[in-house]
Design a protein. Sequence first.
Length: 150
Amino acid sequence: MPTQDELDHRFLDAAYEEAQIGLSEGGIPIGSVLVRNGEIIGRGHNRRVQKGDPILHGEMDAIQNAGRQKSYRDVTCYTTLSPCMMCTGTIIQFGISRVVVAESRNFKGFQDVLSLAGVDVTDYHDGRCEHMMAKFIEEHPELWNEDIGE
């Protein structure tokens, strides 16, 4: 039986794969997966650039791809970057109980807001995600600033 740490890394790997897909499509490399009882129920990546949709962040895409659920209370959201205010609000709105973040160095996000709302937050400080985001921000500052509303 895998430990929680092993499961977290397995699902962060899946979120990282989503981020790489987004990058290969010319988008912002942020990926997310939603997991219930050890199974991925939704996968997504930031597709703002690809779809011309200002709210299609990685977490939002994963939630859309999970479809309607009776409840999200037993779901964990794995994301390659700390969630922005919009995604934080959506996570809280749907009652997602746990968020696992690969990195928060390049964008602090609103992990404190999630915690205050009772969401269990774990930040792994994943070096590969930190490097991927830092490189993207350096190469595409205009897309990054647009993504975070600056």
